[in-house]
Design a protein around this ligand. Structure first.
Ligand SMILES: Cc1cc2nc3c(=O)[nH]c(=O)nc-3n(C[C@H](O)[C@H](O)[C@H](O)COP(=O)(O)OP(=O)(O)OC[C@H]3O[C@@H](n4cnc5c(N)ncnc54)[C@H](O)[C@@H]3O)c2cc1C
Length: 462
């Protein structure tokens, strides 16, 4: 077993303790950009389309439905508040990929990859053309090798949009002693302020006449009637956008599991601190380990630093108490100062966690129920900021009974395998996680469990 860069160069415990001394347990994004509040659903409302869930999937579905038919009566019913869940607490990487990365798409739907890439890029371009107030920056992603065995994963021709950077060149972009090389994909990723994006989508939808209700958990969908404790929506059609939360359709209960992902946000960097690391092109960053980190700058030059630990809790429930895991935040702080020793003394202002919407094929699945009048999309597996808009279009195509380029895709028509029930789910997921960590410590070599899962097209990822 070979120690990773983060184990070979561990910062002093006092550096980590000091950086976390006054860190608040709160999501920076939603605190920075609180959204407008909407009323609770009471009594009976009639609608053409009821959307359950007020994250990106639900909001895009409502907005796109109005763009297709401005006269349609569209209602969104949200259990808590718009964008409080994954949509308000993610890293803000808006990636073109609809398949959770090229490799996953190539393995599962090789004949569709070119088409999926084109549709994903078009989806990202259309997001760019829609949003105005979400700190959208199309800076691309820099993927960095931090261990020698990762170098070959960066190989390939440089093109104007995808540039290989050797060690010196990558450190000219962003100066970390851990970087061995990198690849900058300039067009496939943008960054946003996640909560501003949710707020903007809600505002755009509202301005087009969508009625949004908050604090209204849906208890059941009976036929196409959406029922809450205080009211109901008699709808002609329903779109379920509840993602990692318990599905309102029994058939989808075992399709997703929540895997907790942890995040730190620093205080704003001073001009001198920023100059010490560079980063003038402001790319989103990800390293190439199985247990990877992702990080980025905010508009006011804080650094968001997240990832690495991916924790599944027995029973597969979404619970607020799982968000408090000091060991994961301390590990992130340690890895942060291994990455940027120049920033010793910088403090973290916020720490939080969120449930990743994991499914066995690592990207969203789609379908209908109730004679085609109820559509669903879920399971973005940590890459849903852009893909939720594509999912909204797929659901609307399906509800319209239309055969489109999207609905003809094998990727859209196929459903993934479910996770097994407990205790098998916890055993399987935790063994897989352990194996991925081992692979990071064995020059990337995958054990029998991982190679078997790879061959079966199954697995676990964040
Ligand atoms: C920490 C973290 C970092 C991430 N980073 C990235 C990233 O950088 N890039 C990326 O592409 N993706 C990222 N993701 C994933 C991305 O955030 C999600 O895929 C995306 O936000 C999913 O949107 P959604 O609307 O489907 O789900 P959600 O945002 O979870 O919304 C679902 C909504 O449904 C509501 N709901 C559930 N059940 C009911 C019910 N019965 N009645 C009424 N309402 C209900 C919930 O209250 C919730 O508001 C990250 C996720 C996390 C947690």
């Amino acid at each position: 077993m070979r120690p990773t860069a983060f184990e070979r160069h561990v910062p002093a415990p006092s550096v980590i303790a000091e950086s976390l001394r006054d860190t608040r347990d709160a999501v920076f994004w939603t605190e920075d950009a609180p959204g407008e509040r909407f009323p609770k659903l009471r009594g009976t409302v009639e609608a053409d389309l009821a959307v359950v869930g007020g994250g990106y999937t639900g909001l895009w579905t409502a907005l796109r439905a109005k763009e297709r038919d401005p006269d349609a009566r569209v209602v969104v019913v949200e259990a808590r508040s718009v964008g409080w869940a994954a949509s308000g607490r993610n890293g803000g990487f808006v990636e073109a990929s609809l398949t959770h990365g090229e490799e996953n798409g190539r393995r599962r739907w090789p004949e569709e990859l070119e088409q999926l890439d084109r549709l994903g890029m078009q989806n990202l371009d259309e997001i760019e053309a829609t949003v105005r107030d979400s700190d959208f920056e199309r800076t691309g992603t820099l993927s960095v090798a931090i261990e020698p065995h990762q170098l070959e994963w960066l190989e390939g021709e440089s093109t104007p949009d995808s540039v290989f950077l050797d060690g010196e060149a990558v450190r000219r972009e962003l100066d970390s002693p851990t970087y061995l090389a990198g690849r900058w994909d300039r067009r496939t990723t943008a960054l946003v302020h996640p909560a501003k994006l949710a707020n903007e989508l809600a505002r755009l939808a509202r301005d087009r006449g969508v009625e949004i209700f908050e604090d209204s958990p849906v208890r059941a969908v009976a036929g196409t009637t959406v029922q809450t404790a205080a009211g109901q929506v008699h709808a002609r059609q329903v779109a379920l956008a509840t993602n990692v939360f318990p599905s309102l359709l029994k058939r989808n209960r075992l399709m997703t599991v929540p895997v907790y992902d942890y995040v730190l946000m620093t205080e704003p960097l001073s001009p001198a601190q920023l100059a010490s690391i560079g980063w003038s092109n402001r790319q989103g960053l990800a390293d190439l380990a199985n247990q990877f980190h992702y990080y980025r700058l905010t508009a006011d030059n804080r650094i968001l630093f997240g990832g690495y630990d991916a924790v599944y809790h027995y029973g597969g429930r979404v619970r607020e108490r799982y968000e408090n895991r000091p060991a994961s935040h301390q590990r992130l702080a340690s890895h942060f100062f291994t990455t940027f020793p120049q920033l010793e003394g910088l403090r973290f202002s916020h720490r939080w966690a969120g449930a990743i919407d994991t499914c066995t094929r690592f990207c969203a699945f789609y379908g209908t129920a109730r004679g085609g009048q109820v559509a669903y999309a879920a399971g973005f597996t940590g890459l849903g900021v852009a893909a939720t808009r594509f999912a909204a279009d797929v659901m609307l195509d399906l509800l319209a009974g239309e055969s489109t380029e999207r609905t003809e895709l094998r990727m859209v028509r196929e459903r993934p395998l479910p996770f097994p029930p407990e205790p098998a789910a916890a055993v399987g997921i935790n063994l897989t996680r352990w194996s991925l960590d081992r692979a990071d410590h064995r020059e990337g070599r995958r054990n029998l469990l991982l190679t078997t899962l790879d061959a079966l097209g199954l697995g676990f990822d964040s």
